[in-house]
Design a protein around this ligand. Sequence first.
Ligand code: AMP
Ligand code: MG
Length: 400
Amino acid sequence: MSLTPVDEVLDKIKHQASLLVDEEEIDLSSALGRILSQSIKSDINVPPSDNSAMDGYAIDSVGVSKGTKLKVSDRIPAGTAGQVLLPGTAARIFTGASIPAGADAVVMQENTAVIDDEVEIHEHPQKGQNVRLCGQDIKAGEIILSLGRKLKPQDIGLLASIGYARVPVYQKLKVAVLSTGDELVCPSEIPPNRLKPGQIYNSNQYALIALIEQLGMTAINMEPVGDSFEATEKAFLHAAEIADCIVSSGGVSVGEEDHVKAVVDKLGQVDIWKLAIKPGKPLAYGRVGKTPFFGLPGNPVSSFVTFNIVARPYLMLCQGCPDDELTQIQVPAGFEIKGGSRREYLRVKLEVDEHGHISLVNFANQGSGILSSLSWADGLAEVEIGAKISKGDAVKVRLL
Ligand code: AMP
Ligand code: MG
């Protein structure tokens, strides 16, 4: 099988991805990171009425100029409604309080002086100054957030501002995470001083669970899978039963100890195997029974990169969120590199010089086992097949 280009794989799998979860309604306070299952329309104007942007005096700007003295006829703190402004007077007003009928401007306190029961105006007021208009943020009937939106903290605030206590979201996609490899041990089971020769810690399981949870999904932490056909088959059958999607790591290459592909060939189908991507070539995608499956390579950088570049947009579509990819920017390279026969994702950092100019630095060791390169990196720089990148050339970077 030849290596499939990354973009071709992305097109194909995105085409096959479908919504795999139902809707539910949840408390706004627990909706961070969840995906809206309906577009949200506001029933109200925000702010609900014209109100003051300042502590000061509400006036009718007509006929008022620098030096005018006005009797203070009312006092309107936020949360109360004032009387209609009497002609030729001012109302003491506080930030957020509704502008009384008859007033069209607010003079800030700093530009006034109070003498007995009068206020002297020290500026020439403009109609509308320091007034926040009704509906200037949100208009009644307006769609404020669209279906498929991943809710950010500011969205939670926006929903609260239009009186939403509960929100319609998609249920969390359940993603089974399994690691294959006889060498793997869990840090909670064996301390470093008791590691046996040949054993390594299962870092992929932790990183993949964290990635999935960061996407607002439920990661199902499956038992580690030994390197045998039987153990792999049993684990995948179980995962397909309890999860909406399966993400595995390791055992997907061509050695005799790699059983994932053969097992998925038996239990379902492997649609894609081997990508023109570095790191991460032996990625497999297909189905276990009817359950979508990504078999990520075992090397820690490979599994992390392929999860982000390939599996993530697919899983987000299954979760009801379209077009979710890592943010992409163009930055001048601070290094030279020649692209090989696969698209390469380099671990890079954004460096700002004394003039504020940004350039990219790449991590010295770009090996697929160098997990520290990912902790160090700000992003992944894309080096296309056969590309020649010189210092100063703009390079596409996906921010982590
Ligand atoms: P494999 O794809 O199973 O041949 O694994 C490739 C390399 O990645 C080997 O050096 C494995 O020991 C390592 N590896 C596989 N799975 C994990 C894991 N879950 N955590 C850390 N390293 C792993
Ligand atoms: Mg292995």
